[in-house]
Each structure stands twice: as C-alpha cells, then as structure tokens.
Design a protein around this ligand. Structure first.
Ligand code: GUN
Length: 292
C-alpha cells in the first residue's frame, strides 16, 4: 500500500512557518502583509474558497481585505477596483477569484494586476519568468504540489514525470517547475495517444484534468508518486455527494509508492502557498528579504 501524503499536516506546518515570519516582519519593520481577494458573483465553490482564504490569511497574522462584487459588475468597474488596490500601500497581494462571469475578459483583468502584487503567478511577466526558469511568483497549486513531491522524494533530477492536463493554472506551470527540477517531463492531454501506456512510464504522475477518477490504478507504475490535483464533487447512489480526485484512489494506492488523498492532499497546500506568495510580495515591495 502507498504512503499517504498528508497535505493537511504539511500545509498546517507551512502556515505555522509563515505566521512566524510574518511576526518577525511586523516586529522588525512594522509591516503587516495585506492580501486583497476580489470575488465577482456568487459561484458557491468560489465563495467557499474565498471564506477559507480570508480565515487563513488572518490566522497567519496578515490583513485580509475582501471585495465582493455582484455578478453584473462591469469590467470597467472591476478594473477601477484593481487600479485602486494596485495603488494601496497596505495591499501587497491581489487575487481575483476565477472563473469570472462571461462578460468579463479574464486575461485583461489578470494582467491589470500589478506584477509586484500578483500572488497567483498568472500575470504574463510571472508566466514568462517561470518559463525561462527565472525567479518569480509561482502559481499556488503547482507550487504546493512540488513542495510535497520534494518532501517525499528529495532530489527529482532525472525522474520521468507525466502531467495529465495542460491548463494555464496547473498543467503548464507544473511542467515548467518539474523541468527546472531536471525531470523528463511529458504533458498529456485529451488528444494524447495511449494515455495509460504514457502514464505507466512515469515515476511521477500529476493528475490535473478535472475528470473524476479518470486515472486508473493499472496506469500507475509500481512505486510511482501520484499527485492528485482534482477536486470533483460526484453524486452517490443515495443522492448525497462526495469529493473525489482525478485518480481512482483505491486502485492507485495499491500500486503507487505514495499518493495524495482527496480531500486533504493538494487542496490545503494551495492556500498555504498563497500566503507564502503574499509574504514574498510584501517583502519584495519593501526591498526586504523574507525573514529566516
Ligand atoms: N480559481 C480556482 N483556483 C484558483 C486560483 O488558484 N486562483 C484564482 N485566482 N482563482 C482560482
């Protein structure tokens, strides 16, 4: 049976470390990192995320500013709010919760956030930095996934990694991160031929397709490390719902060396990495190193 990688415990530890560094920053420089989260509309999953972000930001000793706008908000009004936050010295990180309503151009909004206050790593400058292997802000979910991989495996150099899914939020940045760690990286997607055979080659499988339990146990090489990024709510026969990942957990856990569960794997790491990125930006905006 695979070792279960406990994202809940890992993220609690990381958040504790961040809180300690925030306290040092306050003590030495009277700076309290501030994170502004903007939510447009009432998507239930987004509301849950935003509530958790606000709570965990405050628990880390940072200021949390929430801006909830109604679903009909114009792009112009949203851009005006971002401009105001870009110029607010108490705000060091700005996150606009995605997805946005259809009438708003997501790319225009993301790139209107000052690169110095981007905590999602979605700004084109940060995307570019990551693609050339330079320092910058790294998207939270891939960053959290990489932290767990390195904690479990140590040096990743020379390992074969497959990422199932080519999204801008997870698949592509995950590939860039693993390449930087000197893995041999395959990005698989809906047009990939013989996906099971591709997966069976891999020492590391990162599943980020958004399809419940798509990656089967017999696609996994014995001893491989499996990172399941998916969070899918499915209905059970009795009408109640439960969360499952993109990996068929029970089958995969029989052959893998280690695997992240859903829930309690990658999910909790994402917000911890958001706090990590906010602390990094607060320090950089003030020309300081992150406290040790
Ligand atoms: N929606 C789902 N995941 C994310 C994320 O990491 N950042 C933002 N801004 N929106 C999201």
């Amino acid at each position: 049976m695979a070792k279960i990688i406990d994202g809940k415990a890992f993220s609690a530890n990381l958040r504790g470390e961040i809180a300690r560094k925030v306290a040092l920053l306050k003590q030495a420089h009277s700076i309290t990192p501030g994170l502004a989260v903007v939510l447009v509309g009432e998507d239930p999953a987004s509301q849950v995320y935003v509530r958790s972000k606000g709570k965990q930001t405050a628990e880390a000793g940072m200021n949390s500013y929430e801006h909830k706008l109604d679903a009909g908000t114009s792009q112009q009004d949203l851009l005006a709010l971002i401009d105001q936050l870009n110029n607010d010295p108490d705000v060091h990180g700005i996150l606009v919760q995605l997805p946005l309503p259809d009438h708003i151009d997501e790319e225009a909004v993301i790139n209107s956030i000052s690169v110095d206050k981007d905590v999602d790593g979605f700004h084109l400058s940060n995307v570019g930095r990551l693609s050339i292997g330079a320092e910058g802000i790294v998207p939270c979910t891939p960053l959290g996934s990489l932290m767990m991989l390195k904690d479990h495996l140590g040096d990743l150099s020379g390992l074969k990694a497959i990422i199932v899914g080519r999204s801008n939020i997870v698949g592509k940045p995950m590939a860039a991160l693993l390449l930087k760690e000197s893995c041999t990286v395959t990005i698989a997607h809906s047009r990939t031929r013989d996906l099971p055979a591709e997966c069976r080659q891999a020492d590391i499988v990162v599943a980020a397709v958004g399809r419940p339990e798509m990656v089967k146990g017999d696609w996994i090489k014995a001893g491989a490390t499996v990172i399941d990024v998916g969070i899918n709510r499915i209905e059970k026969e009795d009408g109640t719902t439960r969360l499952v990942g993109d990996v068929a957990f029970d089958g995969a856990a029989e052959v893998a060396g280690a695997i992240t569960p859903v829930p309690g794997g990658v999910g909790p790491m994402t917000i911890a990495c958001l706090l990590h990125n906010t602390l990094q930006q607060a320090c950089r905006l003030n020309d300081l190193d992150v406290p040790e």
